[in-house]
Design a protein around this ligand. Structure first.
Ligand SMILES: O=C(O)CCC(=O)C(=O)O
Ligand SMILES: [Fe+2]
Length: 318
């Protein structure tokens, strides 16, 4: 399979003829690189994309900084408003449980205290509902493809919470490298990244080589985070990715991602641990790991997850 081959998930449901081929393609791409690009025109039609990228997001980012900052999270780094970071022309806001109309309304009431913003909420909820279904399809295809039983997949999906992160990038500050976000792995389960018109997302495909993912309408790039690496007992690597925009245009992206419910340990699925595949990571608590990972101590490690909870690795902290 070509590295960036797109897996068409339109109309793919359990029991449909396309299911097995999609399962093989999603699993192969995720296991090899920790990412998969999918096409989902049904979930991301032109009207929804226009409402999200053409109206909701420009309106959101046009708000004054002190208003956007009302959503800064006390729960740790990268949970609420993020911006004004050194060297980055980047701002981003996160909506928790965005498929739930009540939580979308709560978010909007913070930013638009005078009546909320019903149109904004409707757009966020539609986007999140479609992305949640798509994300569950991708995880089900992947976990089934790795040999996990259906009931285990269902239990896993039931232990997730969700967020949407909306991001705005100005022209890259470093005109030479065109880099807008340095290479990193996400710490959650898996993020579905939707780009719009302007290029930027690049995924690492091995040996220092990077592949730019085209900003195709209706396509989503799912990048595995560290939690998925733990859950799959290392079968799926966390995807190293970055944002680089050689055209120097301003750019929006929308990300949907689940993570383990707060307070529930992240651990390998039992179906993926056996004599041939010994346990790779000890169970971890995300809140504690995340605090450590972004601390002065944690940021020193190239592979912080392995350092923190790798089994039988020197320097394991947990
Ligand atoms: O904007 C993008 O395409 C990716 C953003 C990203 O990697 C992140 O927010 O973690
Ligand atoms: Fe990321």
């Amino acid at each position: 399979m070509e590295i960036l081959a797109t897996v068409d998930l339109d109309g793919v449901e359990p029991g449909t003829p396309g299911w097995e081929a999609a399962r093989a393609a999603v699993t192969a791409s995720m296991a090899a690189h920790g990412f998969v690009v999918v096409a989902a025109h049904g979930a991301l039609g032109p009207d929804l994309l226009a409402a999200l990228f053409g109206r909701a997001m420009p309106e959101l980012f046009a708000l004054p900084l002190d208003v956007k900052r009302r959503t800064v999270s006390a729960k740790g780094p990268f949970r609420g408003y993020v911006g004004q970071r050194p060297g980055m022309a980047f701002e981003s806001l996160a909506v928790r449980e965005p498929a739930n109309p009540d939580s979308a309304r709560e978010f909007a009431a913070v930013l638009w205290p005078d009546g909320g913003n019903p149109e904004f909420c409707e757009t966020i909820v539609s986007f999140a509902k479609n992305m949640k279904k798509l994300e569950e399809t991708v995880e089900t295809l992947l976990l089934e493809g790795l040999g996990v039983r259906g009931e285990t997949v269902g239990a896993h999906l039931g232990m997730l919470e969700h967020g949407v992160r909306l991001s705005h990038y100005g022209a890259p500050l470093d005109r030479e490298t065109s880099m807008s976000m340095q290479a990193h792995c996400d710490d959650g389960m898996v993020n579905g990244i939707v780009q719009h018109e302007v290029e930027g997302l690049e995924v690492h495909v091995g040996d220092g080589r990077w592949a730019p993912v085209p900003a195709e309408p209706g396509s989503v790039t799912f990048v595995a985070g560290e939690q998925l690496r733990v859950v799959t007992n290392g079968r799926v690597p966390a995807c190293l990715h970055r944002v680089r925009t050689p055209s120097h245009r301003e750019r929006f992206s929308a990300l949907f991602g689940p993570e383990q419910k707060e307070g529930v340990e992240v651990r390998a699925l039992g179906d993926l641990v056996d004599a041939e595949h010994p346990l790779q990571f000890n169970p971890l608590r995300h809140e504690e790991y995340s605090k450590w990972r972004y601390s002065d101590q944690g940021i020193k490690f190239e592979d912080p997850l392995k350092a923190y909870c790798g089994v039988g690795k020197d320097g394991a902290v947990a």
